[in-house]
Design a protein around this ligand. Sequence first.
Ligand SMILES: *Cc1c(COP(=O)(O)O)cnc(C)c1O
Length: 388
Amino acid sequence: MTSNSVESKGYFGEFGGSYIPENLQKVMDVLEEQFLKYKDDPRFLAEYQYYLKEYIGRENPLTYAKNLTEQIGGAKIYLKREDLNHTGAHKINNAIGQILLAKKMGAKRVIAETGAGQHGVATATACAMFGLECVIYMGKVDTERQALNVFRMELLGAKVVAVDKGQGRLKEAVDEALNDLVQNYENTFYLLGSAVGPHPYPTMVKHFQAVISEESKRQILEKEGKLPTAIVACAGGGSNAIGSFAHYIDEPNVRLIGCEPAEAPSISEGVPAVIHGFKCLTLLDEEGNPKPTFSIAAGLDYPGVGPEHSYLKVSGRGEYVTVTGQEALDAFQLLSKTEGIIPALESSHAVAHAIKLAKELSRDDVIVVTLSGRGDKDVEQVFHMLQK
Ligand SMILES: *Cc1c(COP(=O)(O)O)cnc(C)c1O
């Protein structure tokens, strides 16, 4: 293991960086160079904008949750509707952005890891759209638990490799995907799904998710004539949250609030440590290994978090709170009943906190909550939970 060859690159305070073997570092250096070359290129951006509009269906609305607001009787609650994107969540914004970069770099194959399958499905979707070979690494245990998502990826033309090593979970899937990348980097692109991993991934994923706050800022100024009091988003790895915060970070009067599950509180209770090639606030067990977590929302079940969130937390610019699975489950039902919108269980964590916060604020305050995804995928799980 070597530490970063080029210091200061991709650091947010002490967090981030790149703690990976030398052969992988070479691949990351090329990726960074290509990302910097294209990220503000007008032709590249025009293409990205085209697919955001014509394929994903952006811009999506910023919906005033009138019934919910009136029932709570505090601040006005607006919902940023990532749930209305094609494939039903924010992940596709990033998948399309990275695929366009992969095409520019001449890649013929795209690989990714997936845990519950959400990122695997987004990647397989984008690969089908762009006619690229797609290989998804998934722990064997996860392939058995998420058989329907495996089928969905296969339907989209991807090859799903069940990794039968170690515990057969996400960690082993990541290891296999990295092995593949080191061997095949000349024609292969590794599409990472959240604002985590070694530099340049956290910066790149933020770049492609920043469209969330670019739109919401314009939309709230149109609707309210002022900036919101607070932005509220859930944080697993932290990609929808950092995209929701991006255009407000330099607005000191806007509170930035990340919501993590009380069952996986990496930001609230973690310590600085290196996992998966970067440094962040991490939950560790007594032996110093990443601690297994359990959230009812698969997308939030991660013992670390993106480096920029770690920095926003220690610098005091961001506020991070925990929400229990039960509170999320209550919010899931309340938003469904009051607004006719079934939120993803991940997003329900943000909704739950927004409800608490709205009660503490006044009618003049405005809260923008990111609905990172829709809850159709969770209905069966919630059905079983409510039977108990
Ligand atoms: C994957 C996922 C998340 C968590 O990922 P982040 O990188 O933290 O945004 C949240 N919500 C939904 C709907 C997801 O699919």
